[in-house]
Design a protein around this ligand. Sequence first.
Ligand code: ADP
Ligand code: MG
Length: 256
Amino acid sequence: MAMTAAVPNTAADNEVMIELRGVNKWYDKFHVLKDINLQVAKGERIVVCGPSGSGKSTMIRCINRLEEHQKGQIIVDGTELTSDLRQIEQIRKEVGMVFQHFNLFPHLTVLENLALAPMWVRKMPRKEAEAIGMQYLERVKIPDQAKKYPGQLSGGQQQRVAIARSLCMNPRIMLFDEPTSALDPEMIKEVLDVMIELAESGMTMMCVTHEMGFAKTVADKVIFMDRGQIVESNPPEEFFNNPQNERTQLFLSQII
Ligand code: ADP
Ligand code: MG
């Protein structure tokens, strides 16, 4: 079936940005990822869902090496992830990540939070880093919050700062791990709107989320994980209207 996302995919080519080949991971004896195979093309938007404990966070954290896999290959933008620290550093520059809890530095202002990585990782002068910070703060529609501290912002605003902070590093890939699940309902939309805009801009994205409206709007593919395996992977229309796996059917019947 053709791609069904409401936001058209603007990717011009089929360059593979993320590839997982037979990836396995254990936490001690616990087999958390079982033979994961996955390809994400440039500009593709993947939504990952599945029950709690199924390995979604672990999988996504392996992609920027916050977790290590033990078997198989993970290739990000042409570089295979190994224990080579220079490669890991390189990948972290290219892959932005947004977490459920925003992880902003509470003792720094919003603008200082934004300027930090460009200054320290990219060695940019403060003025230039802050100019870029302001640019992304405008993009997430809160330039007026630049001088405040994270604790003075709402949850939705803090998460938008966290997204802007990642974008300041000019990443080629953005990973999201349940970015709205710690937010009050009225703040979820403002964060999803920023993510939808990012999807429209052609960013390669992998999002762990249970926001099925978001999945229907932007996902090129929805992946369902259960007990460490990808049990279903389909365009949203197929995924929602005609789920093949009984675990997917059960999951959808519980959340929709
Ligand atoms: P999800 O994001 O789908 O809820 P996770 O990837 O966080 O799942 O976790 C998958 C499983 O691995 C869970 O059973 C969890 O308890 C376990 N797990 C996660 N992190 C660790 C860790 N650092 N050490 C040991 N077990 C872990
Ligand atoms: Mg998780």
